[in-house]
Write a protein that binds this ligand. Structure first.
Ligand code: B12
Length: 467
């Protein structure tokens, strides 16, 4: 039996597969709301969340997809977009992460859409939904949420909107019933896949090329894997519980070469949680890129343990990485205190090992970019001082590394969230509150203004502030 929901129903004129030949396909609108960057953050990036969701929809062949990037276009452009597309839309999918004001922008956009007659169901997904699916699903402007990887769930969701699948069978779905109770679909499978060869035509790629002084003049961001294998206790990836899945080296190389040929990119900035989880893949990619000799520069994230593992396996990793054009490696070090690293973060690495791998990075001629967190629950002043003394030691290396100090932010679903609650942290209670939940500002009662100021002072990056 099909479950009836308090969702806007599909208008008959937009009914799916039965549409007569020659009529347009039903349209799925995917929205990436604006992120209010920290004051001096220079860039916004290609919304890979939406490209990843759009890909299987287009491959299925029954839908058109239109993307709206709120980082590129303002409220007036959204109104024009709705004028143009709403008639044909069967659903609006909105991506939200916690913080950065993105949720508030999402709600404003949805409110505007819902003021119009015949607005289709609005479904929220993305990192914030992974964190707090039920609270999000209870918001009056949200018709449903899809928790987990959208490439597994959006097509079934559309089938359900069109009455072809029970809502209770849509992976990751949570929606309010008229009674106020929540209806849940089955668990969304954690393994993702389907990455690469994105439908680039949905966006104007040229608008996303950046002159990045740490990479190259025409740098594009890219995400080549999802998930992580490490268990750092403050990390959002633990909440997500998605299994690590990555594009294979040859598929990734083919995509990078294609982007080079089609859009003239000369740099790639990988935004994977940890690009080096699979060392065999990393080495194959580097060797392949070196062979192709495109003069491409690239940057990626790395865990100190990846370098230690590569050493044990005698892979000659960093030499290969440097030879293939890698200009910058970003590493979350988190702390200079061995107690904090071991007991609080579970980083599985010591301060001495961090210094050791950072030296190897510098010796390979690669810019190291190191991030730290201060203000963990129970962290002492002396332990924070150890972080600052490690930063000082790192800054003695050549090339001089970038250093960035964040303030601890308790994300629901992480082990440190519970510890933060026990230490007196009071979490936001609604979507708007989570919208303002930024780790650039102090979120926890035990973090003093002096700690905040010191963290800012010790953040030294090579990117020029946006003018
Ligand atoms: C690029 C990026 C940014 C960009 C913004 C993105 C852009 N397009 O411009 C920038 C640099 C601006 C940014 C900023 C911030 N970011 Co950010 N960012 C990322 C990053 C590195 C990559 C995002 C990405 O493209 N992923 C790849 C895609 C394929 O994965 P995805 O986004 O998770 O999408 C999948 C699912 O979530 C889901 N999904 C997503 N959207 C939707 C929508 C629908 C309808 C459905 C059904 C499914 C769905 O399906 C997708 C495919 O599987 C991620 C970490 C990561 N590697 O994912 C962090 C990440 C998203 N950021 C995060 C955070 C916290 C921030 C900040 C808010 C930090 C802060 N200060 O507090 C800031 C913004 C504030 C500020 N003041 O600057 C967190 C979010 C955690 C959370 N609970 O929401 C992440 C996960 C990093 C982390 N591990 O902590 N970020």
């Amino acid at each position: 039996m099909t479950v009836m929901l308090d969702m806007p129903t599909l208008r008959p004129d937009t009914a799916l597969a039965g549409a007569p030949a020659g009529t347009q396909k039903p349209l799925v609108v995917l929205v990436y709301p604006k992120v209010d960057h920290e004051k001096d953050y220079v860039y916004f990036w290609m919304p890979f969340s939406l490209l990843t969701i759009a890909k299987p929809l287009l491959e299925d062949g029954r839908f058109d997809v239109a993307l709206f990037d709120g980082n590129q276009h303002d409220a007036a452009a959204w109104a024009r977009f709705l004028d143009e597309h709403l008639d044909r839309a069967v659903a609006i999918g909105v991506s939200v992460m916690t913080g950065g004001g993105q949720i508030s922008h999402a709600l404003e956009m949805v409110r505007t859409a819902k003021e119009r007659p015949g607005c289709p169901p609005v479904v929220f997904g993305g990192p914030h939904v992974a964190v707090l699916p039920e609270e999000t699903a209870r918001h009056e402007l949200v018709d449903a949420v899809l928790a987990g990887p959208g490439q597994n769930s959006m097509l079934p969701f559309l089938e359900s909107v069109l009455g072809r699948l029970r809502r209770a069978d849509v992976p990751g779905l949570i929606t309010r019933l008229p009674s106020g109770e929540l209806l849940r679909g089955p668990v969304n499978p954690p393994r993702t896949g389907l990455l690469g060869a994105y439908p680039w035509h949905l966006l104007n790629v040229a608008d996303y090329l950046r002159d990045d002084p740490t990479v190259a003049s025409r740098t594009l961001n890219y995400v080549s894997s999802q998930g992580c294998v490490y268990l750092c206790r403050m990390c959002f990836e633990l909440t997500y519980q998605r299994k690590y899945s990555a594009m294979q080296a040859d598929v990734l190389l083919a995509d990078v070469c294609d982007l080079h040929a089609r859009f003239g990119i000369n740099g790639v900035k990988f935004y994977d949680a940890d690009w080096f989880v699979n060392l065999k893949r990393a080495v194959s990619f580097c060797e392949g890129l070196t062979e192709r000799d495109l003069g491409l520069k690239w940057a990626a994230s790395i865990n100190p343990n990846d370098i230690l593992k590569a050493r044990r396996a005698k892979l000659g990793l960093l030499d290969k990485v440097a030879a293939s054009g890698c200009s910058r490696l970003l590493m979350g070090v988190e702390s200079g205190s061995d107690r904090v690293l071991a007991d609080v973060v579970q980083k599985d690495v010591t301060r001495a090992q961090v210094l050791d791998v950072a030296r190897e990075i510098a010796d390979a001629g690669i810019l190291g970019s190191y991030t730290f967190i201060v203000g963990f629950p129970g962290e002492s002043e002396a332990e924070m001082e150890q972080t600052y003394s490690l930063i000082e030691e790192l800054r003695g290396l050549a090339p001089t590394p970038e250093t960035r100090v964040h303030l601890f932010a308790p994300y629901p679903g992480t082990p440190l969230y519970d510890e933060a609650l026990a230490h007196g942290f009071i979490p936001p209670t609604d979507l708007e509150g989570w919208s303002r939940f930024d780790y650039y500002t102090s979120l926890t009662p035990w973090t003093s203004q002096a700690t905040v100021d010191r963290a800012r002072e010790q953040t030294q990056m090579r990117l020029a502030p946006a003018s």
